[in-house]
Design a protein around this ligand. Structure first.
Ligand SMILES: NC(=O)c1ccc[n+]([C@@H]2O[C@H](COP(=O)([O-])OP(=O)(O)OC[C@H]3O[C@@H](n4cnc5c(N)ncnc54)[C@H](O)[C@@H]3O)[C@@H](O)[C@H]2O)c1
Length: 350
């Protein structure tokens, strides 16, 4: 624990030297936030009579961060208006990074960046659709104009269907644009999911990598995939195909750019409590109400090992996912490239 405290104080000093989020880093030291991780586990309450001594795994606290870890580094986060992208953008800024947030939800995205700035972070926002090459070109251009360079990126923007991310759900009238098995899936559903999840990551990578090559200082990129990127999944074939493609882009980019000091990894997350998840639950509810006996998605298996073992069956939190994204983004993961971290609570092991 003493060694960890020394490390953190060193990181805070580095942040101060780089004149980034000094205030936040000092505050963190004062409040001991960086040392505030919960214990590994907490007892079931009330106890499970079937399994004496049963425990819940303690989750990473939502406000946990490591002061100064990204001091002086500039990172692009796509899909930064809400969900995991928002949590990543906020935590990166607290850890000293200059953040470029990108989102199609322009008003919400801009307000998140405003809040980051109000807390003393350095951040800027680019509104737009990552499935358009010119938007990805623009996000890198703004990044270099504002902060001089690009060191890392989290290509996180993604969709599970052809709806606009904040379009109200109306299952019966939107059926051919929503997640479905192949025999029911509409062309628009397949097209949009591929356009955002695959082309969006491709365009993002293309412009990010070009800039990193130009700089000649290496870098680290994390693409957000899914457990559906390595396994088949019920009722959502186009999404599953798109996330397999994200894994393929990740591995290929890792091979091509390792000689230039650029690492490219991905995360394969399972159910995570975000607005996307809430929307999926609403679609399933409306699908059932429309007379479908099966739930489509998650017909055979939906819960991870950790969801089953959690007393409240709670899914992964955005903070848990972001903890791994930022580890992969940081130089601490120097030995990892082209890999997928299955941040899935054990979903894929059984
Ligand atoms: N939540 C889960 O259970 C889960 C599981 C596996 C993988 N994922 C993946 O994680 C990533 C983040 O998901 P989330 O749960 O935070 O979703 P979310 O819908 O809560 O947030 C996604 C963000 O991306 C933005 N976005 C969507 N399309 C965009 C576009 N074309 N251009 C720019 N921005 C766009 C949205 O506006 C939103 O702010 C996605 O790639 C998703 O596929 C999520």
């Amino acid at each position: 624990m003493v060694a960890r405290r020394d490390l953190m104080m060193g990181a805070a000093a580095a942040a101060a030297a780089a004149t980034t989020t000094v205030v936040n880093a000092q505050e963190a030291e004062a409040k001991d936030v960086s040392l505030g991780l919960d214990p590994y586990a907490t007892p079931w309450d009330p106890q499970d009579p079937e399994i004496p001594g049963r425990m819940n795994i303690a989750r990473v606290p939502d406000d946990y961060f490591m002061p100064g870890r990204f001091a002086g580094k500039t990172v692009i986060v796509t899909g930064s208006a809400r969900g995991m992208g928002e949590v990543a953008a906020r935590r990166l800024a607290r850890e000293g990074a200059n953040v470029v947030g990108v989102d199609i939800l322009e008003k919400l995205g801009a307000s998140v960046i405003e809040q980051i700035r109000a807390e003393g972070g350095k951040a800027t926002f680019v509104g737009g659709d990552v499935s358009e090459d010119k938007v990805c070109e623009e996000m890198v251009r703004v990044c270099v104009k504002e902060f001089g360079q690009l060191d890392g990126a989290i290509n996180n923007a993604g969709v599970m269907d052809a709806l606009h991310p904040d379009e109200p759900i109306d299952y019966v009238n939107q059926k051919n644009r929503l997640m479905a098995r192949i025999t029911e899936a509409g062309d628009e559903y397949f097209d949009r999911v591929m356009k955002v999840n695959v082309w969006g990551v491709f365009y993002s990578l293309r412009h990010e990598l070009r800039q990193m090559l130009k700089q000649g200082t290496g870098g680290s990129i994390v693409n957000i995939a899914s457990v559906t990127g390595i396994r088949g999944f019920g009722g959502t074939a186009p999404y599953t195909a798109s996330k397999h493609a994200v894994q393929a882009l990740t591995k290929s980019a890792a091979i091509d750019y390792a000689p230039f000091g650029i690492r490219v990894n991905s995360t394969g997350m399972g159910t995570t409590l975000t607005p996307m998840y809430e929307r999926a639950i609403e679609i399933i509810k409306q699908r059932r109400a429309a007379g479908y006996k099966d739930t489509g998605i998650a017909l055979y298996k939906s819960k991870s090992l950790l969801e089953f073992s959690d007393q409240k069956n709670k899914g992964s939190t955005a903070a848990e996912q972001v903890a791994v994204m930022l580890f992969l983004l940081s130089p601490e993961s120097s030995n990892i490239t082209g890999s997928t971290y299955n941040t899935d609570g054990g979903f894929t092991i059984f």
